[in-house]
Design a protein around this ligand. Sequence first.
Ligand code: LFR
Length: 485
Amino acid sequence: MTRTVAAVDLGASSGRVILGHVDARRVELEPVTRFANTPVSTMDGLHWNILGLFGSVVDGLRAAARRAPELRSVGVDSWAVDYALLRAGRVLGTPYHYRDARNAPAADETHRTVAFAELYRANGLQYLPFTTVYQLVAERDALLPFADRLLLIPDVLGYWLTGRMAAERTNASTTGLLRIDDGEWNEELLRRLSIPVDILPGLIEPGTTIGPIRPELGLPDGVELVAVGSHDTASAVVAVPATDDDFAYISSGTWSLVGLELDAPIVTDASREANFTNERGVDGRIRFLRNVSGLWLLTEALRAWNDAGRSLDLESMLDAASAVDPARVVLFDTEDPRFIPPGDMAGRIRDWCVERGIRPPDGPAETVRSIMESLAEAYAISLRQAATLSGRDIRTVHIVGGGSRNRLMCQLTADRTGLPVLAGPVEATAIGNVLVQARALGAVSGSLESLRAVVAASVQPVRYQPRPRTAAVRAASHQPEGRLP
Ligand code: LFR
């Protein structure tokens, strides 16, 4: 029995509506629409254009239903941590973008009440300056007192699609407000931070039917919204085409989420010091990983060069970067907080090097090569740490998402980890999204391993073997500095 469902997948730079046709053996995607997701900077900071996104989502779903009248359900995923506040069902203000500058001071303020080590024991999350808990501390003197509801981004869209409010648990786990042991809202922590407990909606699991799409939106009768792993990374991890247990993954897009899937969290001093997170996955699994920066560094560098009058395109830059002499490679700390806000990445990399008396990369090709090598080195370090912290062997690294198309990055990752890399699928997030819906509709059944077998039967990953390390690469390998509060 084939079921047709639609994935709404919102990334930091674009959104997509994609049809998925799923039966017990195969999953096939049919892209319907793609639209830009352009953050807007106003007097009070950097925001998401949530209304524009919702309009594009509804248009995309209508187009999907015209193409596939047999459409049964819809699932929504997006980036994590960001939210809207509501009162009496209406959104207050405009949701902030996690790259807005207000967060880092709020993190320091939070840690004055609850030290980071204690917070980590409570929620198991790595330090990222934009975790929702910090954003809400920044909001305490602003809109928070007026709110009676908080909804994360996919849950806001879900509310506008169905009229029903819920908090899907994989994404809720990125707020820092869930208890690590039982995955419920941490009321004690909320009270200590003066965040009202009753603004948080009830938690639901991926696979739960949320309700019918509102008839006013013009979709065929009977189409329902089904909760998926609404954190995009949770959906992407579902679609890793692994055929055994010894794998690590890199979900590679704007960010690179580098880690392992575990059955239980690891919340030790060592995992905290290595800044490893324990986010919740589909079926109660734990995503034990680190946020390493990602293609953001590259796309922002290109954007700034082009804004300054050059005309560089990604493909030719990657070719030029591949040809750079390894002796010219500069490794920098991709996790330095200066690389989080939008801006001139090449200039920031130059400053980072100059501050340390290191010769900076010279020109775009060397800069791009240094970005790729620094990311690959950060992946290798993170994977070694993940293996040590968990006591697990890693035999294969799966790279999924947009970055799996980047041949240079995949090869450098194989070289620097010394492990075979299997690259693809590119649309892992959408595949994970549609598979969880299809399982809820009965088109596939079983554990995540059975869903992964469907992915493995449907896509052919590209294999990269590690190459022997040259002396130049060995010389250029050093540990980037840690960045912990
Ligand atoms: C990836 C991602 C990461 C999250 C970051 C910010 O798209 O969802 O998992 O840490 O965006 O929300």
